[in-house]
Design a protein around this ligand. Structure first.
Ligand SMILES: [Zn+2]
Ligand SMILES: [Zn+2]
Ligand SMILES: [Zn+2]
Ligand SMILES: [Zn+2]
Length: 584
C-alpha cells in the first residue's frame, strides 16, 4: 500500500510557531482577529527563525497567528463558494509506485496512447520529450539513485523505493540546487515538526523512512547528509517529521490518491472536521508545465476575517476515529464545533427509529454505561436491543478492516465479505451514513465497479447502480452540497445510469425494487448528471468548469440531451401517427 493511500489528507499545526512574532510595532487587531503576518509587511519579513515569506499568497488571504491554533490563513474579503482560493504547483511531489507506469512523472497526466519511458532508469515515464525536459534537472539525480536502488533490491517488487522516499529525495536535491538560504529552502524548513511528541508507531515509521532515504541517496552514513545542509540527527529527524505531517495526497481529478505532494503555503491551513475549503487537483490547466496544479477551493461562502480551514482527515469518520487520527499524525485535539457539540445527533453514528417513524436514534456505543437508553429523536421510541446493534457494529468494523486489506490482493473474497456484511448491518438498523456501513458501501461499490465489463449481466449493473445511490445518500447526510467526495459519487451514479443496458428489463422483476429502464432511465441519468455538475462546479472550482471531471460530465450531459431529444421526438412521432390514424 502506498504512502498516498495511507494518508488521504495531511498537515500539521499547533502552538509552536516558526514565524514567532517579531512584529512588536503593532497591536493585535482584537481578541478574535489575530495579528497578521502579511508577506508584504516589511516589519515582519525578518522574523527570528529565518524570515519565511510565503510565495503565492493571493491578495484576499493572509497569514495570521492565533493563540489557539498557531499560524493559519485568514480571509481578508468575502470568498464565495466554488472560488479558487489558492492555485499552485506543489514544491515537490512523487507518484505512488503503482502509478509510475500509467502517469507522467512530470505533469501527472495519464495517457491511453502510451507514455515514453526513461531509457536509463526504466522507472519513470513522460508524455513526451517536453515533459521529460521539464523534469530533467531533478530526474538527472533521481535517475542514478533509482538505478542503484534497483540493482541492490532484494526482489522485483522492491525494485522502486516508496513515493515518500522518492519525494524526500527530490526535496533534498532541490534544496541543494536552490541553496540552503533560498526562500524555497526556508519555506521547507519552516514546516511544523512534531518530532518531540510523536507516538511510538510514528517514530518507528519515521526511522524506517530515514534508513531508506539514506540508502536511496547512496550515502554511507547519516553524517554524509551534511551535503544537504543536515548537520545533526535531530535535523534529520525534523526533516522526516516535517515531511510526514505536512504531506498532502496527490489525487486524480476524481480523487483517487496517486502520490504525495508538499506545499509549505497550503500546509499553513488549520484543520476543521467541517471545513470551509478543500484541496483538490482538478487538472484545469491547459499547460502541462503548470500541472499537477494543487488548488484550495471554498466549499461555502467564507466571511471577511474568518479563518479558512481545511480537513486533514476523512471527515466521514465518527468523532472518536477522527480524534485518534488527528492525535496520532498531527498531535492535537480537535476543538471544532462538530467535535464539541453533544446535542445534535451525528449521522455518522445513527440508526433508524425502531418504530420506523422516519426519525433517527444515536447508535449505541461501548463507552456508555449499560443501562443507557437510546431513543428516537423524533418519536422518543426506545431501542430495545442495544447490545445486538453494538455486536453488529463490531462485526462490521472487523469486516471493513479485513475487506480493505485484501481488496487489491483478493478481489473476490473482499467482494464476498462486503456482500455478506452489508445486509446484516442494514437489518440491524444502521443508516447509510453510519460508520462502518458507509465505508463498507463505498468499498462494495468500488469492488462492483471493477467487476463491470462489456458483457455484464443486467443484474450486476443494476446492483451497482443501487449501491452507488446508497453511497451518495450516505455521503450527502454528512458532507455539505458541493463537497468533492459527494460530487464525485453523484457523477459516478449518473454515469452508471447512462450506461447502455445489456438487456433492458421488459417484465417487472420479482423481488427487488425495479430501476427505471429505457427512456425513463436516460432521463434519470440526465437529471443526476446535471445535479452532479452543479456539485462539481463548487468542489472543483467554478472557474475550472468543475475540473476535468466537470468537463467530462458536461459532455455526457450534452450527448444525453441529444439522445433524450431523439426519444422525445420518437414518442412525439408515434403519438402523432396514432392521432393521425384515429382521425382517419
Ligand atoms: Zn506529461
Ligand atoms: Zn531515469
Ligand atoms: Zn473536529
Ligand atoms: Zn421514531
Amino acid at each position: 500500500m502506498s504512502f498516498a493511500s495511507l494518508k488521504s489528507q495531511r498537515q500539521s499545526k499547533a502552538s509552536r510557531s516558526y514565524v514567532t512574532s517579531t512584529d512588536n510595532s503593532k497591536e493585535s487587531h482584537s481578541t478574535t482577529i489575530p495579528k497578521a503576518i502579511h508577506s508584504n509587511d516589511p516589519t515582519t519579513s525578518t522574523p527570528s527563525n529565518g524570515g519565511t515569506v510565503y510565495h503565492g499568497i493571493p491578495e484576499n488571504v493572509e497569514v495570521r497567528v492565533s493563540e489557539i491554533s498557531g499560524r493559519g490563513l485568514w480571509a481578508r474579503n468575502l470568498i464565495k463558494a466554488g472560488s479558487i482560493i489558492i492555485s499552485l504547483r506543489p514544491y515537490s511531489f512523487a507518484l505512488a509506485s503503482r502509478y509510475l507506469d500509467s502517469h507522467c512523472s512530470s505533469c501527472t497526466a495519464t495517457s491511453n496512447s502510451g507514455l515514453l519511458r526513461c531509457t536509463r532508469c526504466r522507472t519513470v515515464r513522460y508524455c513526451n520529450t517536453t515533459c521529460q525536459t521539464n523534469d530533467w534537472s531533478l530526474h538527472r539525480l533521481e535517475c542514478s539513485a533509482l538505478t542503484k536502488w534497483a540493482k541492490s533490491a532484494p526482489s522485483k517488487n522492491l525494485s522502486v523505493p516508496s513515493d515518500a522516499v522518492r519525494c524526500l529525495g527530490r526535496i533534498l536535491w532541490q534544496k541543494k540546487k536552490e541553496g540552503f538560504d533560498s526562500s524555497w529552502s526556508k519555506e521547507i524548513d519552516a514546516l511544523q515538526s512534531h518530532r518531540h511528541s510523536l507516538e511510538p508507531r510514528v517514530v518507528e515509521n519515521n526511522t524506517h523512512l530515514a534508513h531508506s532515504l539514506v540508502r536511496y541517496l547512496g550515502l554511507s552514513s547519516p553524517g554524509d547528509l551534511s551535503e544537504f545542509g543536515i548537520l545533526s540527527a535531530g535535523d534529520f529527524a525534523d526533516l522526516i517529521s516535517r515531511f510526514v505531517t505536512n504531506t498532502f495526497a496527490l489525487t486524480s481529478p476524481s480523487l483517487t490518491p496517486v502520490g504525495v505532494s508538499v506545499s509549505p503555503l497550503v500546509a499553513l491551513f488549520n484543520h476543521s472536521c467541517d471545513p470551509g475549503a478543500v484541496i483538490v487537483f482538478p487538472r484545469s490547466s491547459r499547460n502541462p508545465v503548470e500541472e499537477p496544479q494543487m488548488q484550495v477551493i471554498a466549499l461555502r461562502d467564507i466571511s471577511p476575517n474568518e479563518e479558512i480551514l481545511t480537513s486533514y482527515i476523512d471527515t466521514t469518520l465518527p468523532r472518536s476515529l477522527r480524534q485518534a487520527a488527528l492525535k496520532e499524525t498531527y498531535d492535537f485535539t480537535c476543538q471544532c464545533e462538530l467535535c464539541h457539540d453533544d446535542n445534535i445527533i451525528d449521522p455518522r453514528e445513527s440508526i433508524w427509529c425502531p418504530k420506523s417513524c422516519g426519525g433517527m436514534c444515536p447508535a449505541p456505543s461501548d463507552g456508555e454505561n449499560e443501562s443507557e437508553t437510546y431513543q428516537c429523536v423524533k418519536c422518543r421510541a426506545v431501542v430495545a436491543t442495544p447490545t445486538f446493534i453494538m455486536d453488529a457494529l463490531h462485526i462490521g468494523q472487523e469486516a471493513l478492516a479485513k475487506a480493505t486489506s485484501i481488496q487489491d490482493t483478493d478481489h473476490d473474497k473482499a467482494l464476498q465479505l462486503t456482500t455478506n456484511i452489508i445486509p446484516r448491518l442494514v437489518s440491524a438498523g444502521l443508516t447509510p451514513s453510519c460508520h462502518p456501513l458507509l465505508p463498507l458501501i463505498g468499498l462494495h461499490k468500488s469492488l462492483l465497479l471493477s467487476s463491470l465489463s462489456a458483457d455484464m449481466a443486467q443484474e450486476l449493473l443494476d446492483e451497482t447502480i443501487r449501491i452507488a445511490a446508497k453511497h451518495y445518500m450516505g455521503l450527502s447526510a454528512i458532507l455539505r452540497d458541493g463537497h468533492p467526495v459527494r460530487a464525485v459519487a453523484l457523477a459516478e451514479l449518473g454515469k452508471l445510469l447512462a450506461v447502455d443496458e445489456p438487456c433492458p428489463v421488459t417484465s417487472p422483476p420479482t423481488n427487488i425494487a425495479s430501476l427505471p429502464s429505457g427512456p425513463a432511465r436516460l432521463k434519470a441519468a440526465y437529471e443526476t448528471l446535471v445535479r452532479a455538475r452543479h456539485e462539481l462546479m463548487i468542489g472543483f472550482g467554478r472557474n475550472n468548469d468543475g475540473g476535468e471531471l466537470g468537463r467530462n460530465i458536461r459532455e455526457t450531459v450534452v450527448s444525453l440531451e441529444k439522445e433524450l431529444g431523439v426519444w422525445t421526438q420518437g414518442i412525439h412521432n408515434t403519438l402523432q401517427d396514432l392521432l393521425n390514424s384515429s382521425r382517419k
